[in-house]
Design a protein around this ligand. Structure first.
Ligand code: SF4
Length: 196
C-alpha cells in the first residue's frame, strides 16, 4: 500500500463521510453545552492552538490531508514550511527537556485555516466534560483557563464525550482493517503536515 499521504482522496470517502457525521454530532453537543453557559471562544493569549496536542486516529490524519489538498499551492507550501520549523524546534527543545508551546502551523492570524477539518480535541476543547473509561470510571475534567475564569462557578452542564470517543474508536477500527497492519498513530498536526 502507498504511504497514506500519497493515496487518492476517494479511497477513504466512506470513512470520511461517517467521520463528518460524528463531527457534526460532536459540534452540536458542544454548542449546546457552550450556549448553556454563554461561553464563546473568541481567541485568547492562552491559545489552545499553542498546545502540543497529540492525535491518535488515521481518520483525523486523512481528513486533515483532505483539507490540506483543497488549499492552493502557495498556502500549502507556507504551511509545510511552518510545520517543518515546528517539528524541528520541538525535537531540539525536547532533547533539552524544556516545555515548549508552539503555534500550530494551521493557525493564521488566530484562526484555523482548516477549521472544518480540525481534529476531535480542537473541537471539544474548552468546556467542562466527562467521559467513561474502559473500566467504567467516570472522569470529570474542567474547562480551559478562560472558561474557568468566567464561568467556573456555574453549575456543571452534563457534556459526556464518551459516545463520541466510542464512535470514533469503532470507525477507526473499521478503517484500520481496510488499511491493514498499520502501526498505532500518535502525531501532532505539525507532524502530520510534515508527512504530507
Ligand atoms: S488544527 Fe486548527 S484548531 Fe487545531 S490546533 Fe491547529 S489551528 Fe488550532
Amino acid at each position: 500500500m502507498l504511504p497514506l499521504s500519497q493515496t487518492a482522496n476517494d479511497e477513504f470517502v466512506p470513512y470520511l463521510d461517517k467521520l463528518i457525521i460524528i463531527y457534526a454530532e460532536m459540534d452540536r453537543a458542544y454548542h449546546l453545552a457552550a450556549d448553556h453557559y454563554g461561553f464563546k471562544c473568541t481567541g485568547c493569549d492562552d491559545n489552545c492552538c499553542l498546545t502540543r496536542f497529540y492525535h491518535h486516529t488515521y481518520l483525523e490524519y486523512l481528513y486533515i490531508l483532505k483539507g490540506y489538498r483543497c488549499l492552493d499551492n502557495g498556502k500549502r507550501a507556507k504551511i509545510k514550511r511552518r510545520a517543518l520549523e515546528v517539528v524541528a524546534e520541538c525535537s531540539a527543545v525536547y532533547k533539552k527537556e524544556r516545555i515548549l508551546r508552539q503555534m500550530c502551523p494551521l493557525n493564521f492570524d488566530g484562526l484555523c485555516i482548516l477549521y472544518p477539518y480540525r481534529p476531535l480535541i480542537c473541537r471539544l476543547h474548552g468546556i467542562p466534560h466527562e467521559f467513561r473509561t474502559p473500566d467504567n470510571r467516570i472522569i470529570h475534567a474542567p474547562g480551559c483557563d478562560v472558561f474557568s475564569r468566567h464561568y467556573g462557578v456555574e453549575e456543571y452542564f452534563k457534556f459526556d464525550r464518551t459516545p463520541f470517543y466510542a464512535k470514533m474508536a469503532r470507525l477507526e477500527s473499521e478503517l484500520k482493517q481496510t488499511l491493514g497492519g498499520v502501526n498505532k498513530l500518535k502525531m501532532t498536526v505539525a507532524e502530520m503536515i510534515e508527512s504530507f
